[in-house]
Design a protein around this ligand. Structure first.
Ligand code: C2E
Ligand code: CA
Ligand code: CA
Length: 588
C-alpha cells in the first residue's frame, strides 16, 4: 500500500470516527440520516432514546412513521422533504410519534444533501424531544392565566384577551364587545357562616354554571373573590348582552347542593358595551363596574346596563357614605315610634322603632333617602346596635313613667343578622335596660335570611331562646315567604303594605282573598298577624273581620318622635278610659 493510500485511509477512518463520535455520542438529539426517498439509513442512540426504535427495527423504513396519523394523511412527510429539498433546510415544531404510538413534542430540522451535480443524496433529520418543557410551559401558562380554584380564565387573561381584541382594530380600540361583570349576592354570608371550604365549593359550582351560560357567545373569567366576568366578542346589542346576563344570573340562582346542604346565592350584573360605553379596555371595564355597582345598590339580583349618569350617582353615594359615618358620630340619628294597635279593642300594644336622620341642612330625613346605603356600609352594625339600645332605653323610660308596658319592634340590617354576636348583643341590651324579653321584637325580612337557610334557622332559634318576639316583615312581598314561614321559629307575620293597599271599597275580590288566606295560614301555624300600612277605617274593619290581630299605619298615627309618642299613648288611654273600655294599667 502506498504511503498516500495509507494516509488517505487513515484520514477516512478519522473522519468516520469523528462522525460516529458526533452522531453516536449525542443523546439529546435524534440524528437520523435518510436516503432521497426518506427511508432511514443511519440511526443514532439519541434517536433510539427518543423514539424507542432500535436501529435494526427502523433501518430501511420510511421516516413518515414518526408523523401522526393526521399529519401523514395530510401528506406532511413528503411536504417536509420537498421543502427541505427546495430550501436546503426545513425547521419546525410539532407532535411526532414514538414506537407504540405515544406522542412527543419535537423540535425538528430537516437538512437536504446534494451531490456536486445538484442531485439529492439524502437528508439529515434532527429531532429534540421537548415534551416535558412543553408541559412545564403549559403549566406555567395555566398558572399565569387561569384561576386554580375554578379553572376559569383569570384577570390577567381577561386583560390580555381584551387587549388583543382592541389591537385588532388598531387605534379605534374595542369595537362590538360586550362585558358582563357579575358579583354574587349573599356570598360573604355563606363564607362567614359555613367556612371557606364551603365558600370555595360555591365558587367552583358558580364558575361551572357561568362557563355553560357563556358558551356560544363568549368566555367566562373569574376576577377574584366572588367577582366574575363574561366577555362577548362581536356583541354590540344591549338586548343580546342583557339576555346573556339574565341567563347567567338565573343559572347562578339555582339552588346548590353542597355536602348535603341546600344553599342559594344570587348574582348582580353590570353590562358595558364597546364602543358605546368606552373604547379602551380600562374604560369599558370601568363602565361595567359602575353598572354592577348600580345593580348592587338597587338591591341586588338585578342587572344594569351602563349609563353615563351612573358616574354621578356613584359619586353621590360615596359622599353619602362618608356623611352617614359623620352623622352617626355626631348623634344625628333619632328613632321615631309608630304605634301598633290591637284590632279587637283598639289598645296600643306595641310600637315599631323607625330610624330618622336629623340632617343639619336637609332637616328630618326618612330612611328612603339613606337606608340602602347605610345598610351596605360597615357602620350598619354599629348603628344597628345603637338603635337596639336606644329603643330599649326608651322602652325602659316609658315603663318607668308608668305607661303601660308595650312591645317594641326593631328592624335589623342584614349584617346585624349575620353577626354571630347578635343574640349576646340583644341579651345585653335587655339586661342593661332591665326589660323582660317579651318587651322586644325583632323584624326580619326574607332577604335578610337569604343565603343559608340552616344558619338563618339556627340564628333565629338562638334569638327565640332569649324569649323575644320575631316578626316576619314585609310578608308576601318576596318569593320564598311561605317556606320561611313554616320553617323559621317566628312569632308574628307582618302583612306587607302592598296587600293592605289592595283592600279597597268596593272590594276587588281576588286581592282581598289573598289577605284572608295569609291570615288563616299564619294562624294555622300559631303565628300572630299584624297588617302594616293601614290608612283607612275600611281597611281596619276588613282586617278585623278577617281575624287579623293587629294593625299599624297612618290611620292610627305616623311614626312619632318619642315625646309625641308618649302624648299619643296618654291620649289613647284617656279615650279608652273615657269610653270605659279599659283601665290604663290593664292595657297590654
Ligand atoms: P318597614 O320596616 O316596612 O317600615 C314601615 C314603613 O312604612 C315606615 O317607613 C313607615 O313610616 C311606613 N308606613 C307606616 N304606616 C304607613 C301607612 O299607613 N302608609 C304608608 N304609605 N306608609 C306607612 P319608614 O319609616 O320610612 O321606613 C322605611 C323602611 O326603612 C322600613 O320599612 C325599614 O325597612 C327601614 N328602616 C326604618 N327604620 C329602620 C331601622 O331602625 N333599622 C333598619 N334596619 N331598617 C329601618
Ligand atoms: Ca319593619
Ligand atoms: Ca314592613
Amino acid at each position: 500500500m502506498s504511503k498516500e493510500l495509507v494516509s488517505a485511509e487513515s484520514l477516512l477512518h478519522q473522519a468516520e470516527w469523528r462522525f460516529r463520535l458526533l452522531v453516536e455520542g449525542v443523546r439529546e438529539y435524534a440524528i437520523v440520516l435518510l436516503d432521497a426517498k426518506g427511508d432511514v439509513t443511519n440511526w443514532n442512540p439519541g434517536a433510539e432514546r427518543i423514539t424507542g426504535y432500535k436501529a435494526e427495527e427502523i433501518l430501511g423504513k420510511s421516516f413518515a412513521r414518526f408523523y401522526t396519523g393526521i399529519d401523514r394523511l395530510l401528506g406532511a412527510p413528503d411536504k417536509a422533504l420537498s421543502l427541505a429539498a427546495r430550501d436546503g433546510l426545513q425547521e419546525g415544531e410539532g407532535w411526532r410519534l414514538r414506537k407504540g404510538g405515544e406522542r412527543f413534542w419535537a423540535k425538528t430540522a430537516l437538512h437536504a444533501f446534494r451531490d456536486t451535480s445538484g442531485e439529492i443524496l439524502g437528508f439529515a433529520q434532527l429531532m429534540k424531544d421537548l415534551t416535558e418543557q412543553r408541559l412545564v410551559n403549559a403549566k406555567l401558562h395555566q398558572l399565569a392565566y387561569y384561576d386554580t380554584m375554578t379553572g376559569l380564565r383569570n384577570r390577567i387573561c381577561l386583560l390580555n384577551d381584551l387587549k388583543s381584541l382592541a389591537e385588532k382594530n388598531g387605534a379605534s380600540g374595542l369595537n362590538a364587545v360586550s362585558i358582563v361583570m357579575l358579583d354574587l349576592d349573599g356570598f360573604k354570608e355563606i363564607n362567614d357562616s359555613l367556612g371557606h371550604s364551603t365558600g370555595d365549593h360555591v365558587l367552583s359550582q358558580v364558575a361551572k354554571r357561568l362557563s355553560v351560560a357563556a358558551r356560544g357567545s363568549g368566555k367566562a373569567y373569574r376576577l377574584g373573590g366572588d367577582e366574575f366576568t363574561l366577555v362577548l366578542p362581536g356583541c354590540d346589542d344591549p338586548l343580546l348582552a342583557s339576555n346573556v346576563a339574565d341567563r347567567a344570573m338565573r343559572a347562578v340562582e339555582e339552588p346548590l347542593e353542597i355536602d348535603g346542604r341546600r344553599l342559594t346565592v344570587g348574582a348582580s350584573a353590570g353590562i358595558a358595551i364597546a364602543p358605546a360605553h368606552g373604547s379602551s379596555v380600562e374604560e369599558v371595564i370601568g363602565s361595567a363596574d359602575l353598572a354592577l355597582h348600580d345593580a348592587k345598590l338597587s338591591g341586588g339580583r338585578k342587572f344594569s346596563l351602563f349609563a353615563p349618569a351612573m358616574r354621578a350617582r356613584v359619586a353621590a353615594r360615596q359622599e353619602l357614605k362618608l356623611e352617614l359615618r359623620r352623622a352617626h358620630m355626631a348623634h344625628e340619628f333619632d328613632i321615631f315610634y309608630q304605634p301598633q294597635i290591637r284590632l279587637r279593642d283598639g289598645a296600643v300594644v306595641g310600637a315599631e322603632a323607625l330610624l330618622r336622620w336629623r340632617h343639619p341642612d336637609r332637616g328630618l330625613l326618612t330612611p328612603a333617602s339613606f337606608i340602602e346605603t347605610l345598610a351596605r356600609n360597615p357602620i350598619a352594625t354599629d348603628v344597628g346596635v345603637w338603635i337596639l339600645h336606644a329603643a330599649c332605653e326608651t322602652a325602659a323610660a316609658w315603663r318607668a313613667k308608668g305607661l303601660p308596658p308595650i312591645r317594641l319592634a326593631v328592624n335589623l340590617f342584614p349584617d346585624q343578622f349575620h353577626d354571630p354576636d347578635l343574640p349576646a348583643i340583644v341579651a345585653d341590651a335587655l339586661r342593661q335596660h332591665e326589660l323582660p324579653p317579651d318587651a322586644l321584637e325583632l323584624e326580619i325580612t326574607e332577604n335578610i335570611a337569604l343565603g343559608n337557610e340552616e344558619t338563618a334557622k339556627a340564628r333565629l332559634r338562638d334569638l327565640r331562646d332569649l324569649g323575644i318576639g320575631l316578626a316576619f316583615d314585609d310578608f308576601g312581598a318576596g318569593y320564598a315567604s311561605l317556606k320561611c314561614l313554616t320553617q323559621y321559629p317566628l312569632t308574628r307575620v307582618k302583612i306587607d303594605r302592598s296587600f293592605v293597599d289592595m283592600i279597597t271599597d268596593p272590594p276587588a275580590s281576588a286581592d282581598t282573598a289573598v289577605v284572608l288566606s295569609m291570615i288563616t295560614m299564619a294562624h294555622h301555624l300559631g303565628l300572630s298577624v299584624i297588617a302594616e300600612g293601614v290608612e283607612n277605617e275600611y281597611q281596619a274593619q276588613f282586617l278585623r273581620d278577617q281575624g287579623c290581630d293587629e294593625a299599624q299605619g297612618f290611620l292610627y298615627a305616623q311614626p312619632l318622635a318619642a315625646e309625641k309618642f308618649v302624648e299619643f299613648m296618654w291620649r289613647a288611654w284617656s279615650q279608652r278610659v273615657g269610653e270605659g273600655r279599659a283601665r290604663p294599667t290593664l292595657v297590654a
